[in-house]
Design a protein around this ligand. Sequence first.
Ligand code: 13P
Length: 249
Amino acid sequence: MRKKIVAGNWKMNNDLNQTILLIEKLKKIEINEVSVMIAPSSLFLKTAKDLLDDFQIEVVSQNVHQENKGAYTGEVSCDMLKSIGISTTLIGHSERRAYFNEDDEVLLEKVKYAISSGMKIIFCFGEQLIDRKSNKYFEIVKNQLENTVLKLDSECWSNIILAYEPVWAIGTGETASPSQAQEMHEFVRNCVSNCYGDLISEEVSILYGGSVKPSNAYEIFSNKDVDGGLIGGAALVSSDFNEIIKANS
Ligand code: 13P
């Protein structure tokens, strides 16, 4: 049975005190069968990890560099993450693609490097508004996957979580409708199945991200191919994050 997951991507929010305060609140959340993850700033990953030592919330990284070490000012490597106990990282978030010019080629390097380093990845992808309006969204998503994760060997797939995040729904308040989410998730699962077979495609968790809130989470998560969410803004408010976790239980 594939995992149900709710992951909070804090992006560039929360200083040290705010990070500690939010984590203290999250510790009170009752978690049952859902895997819960948070991705604070890389600066506070170790603090978060220490605070959550005995709790069922995994601390994950928002990004990782594709090289193991060297002259890459400001970057963080898998070895660095692993040395503080972080074993999962987001890769390919649309904000990394848009503002830091991360194209499929770089993302493939990152994905290969992270997995060969023994890390798990949450691989993000999704179409822009213009692609949605021109009915090219299936084609765009298929390309994003074919250029990256679908190039990997089948053994890698136990370390991959997918996150469909339509760019037009991120931080806009406009969510994909449950049927839009379901049809894309089903399409993505079929793409995985065509390359690796049903055993792998049925096991991979596919999260939805883009303006998930307590008011729409249940409806989105109820779809058979939606295994949870990657949450931005609502993950910064503990009560909202709690409601979203409950909606996936
Ligand atoms: P919002 O939930 O704020 O739309 O952000 C989604 C997201 O980008 C998660 O990675």
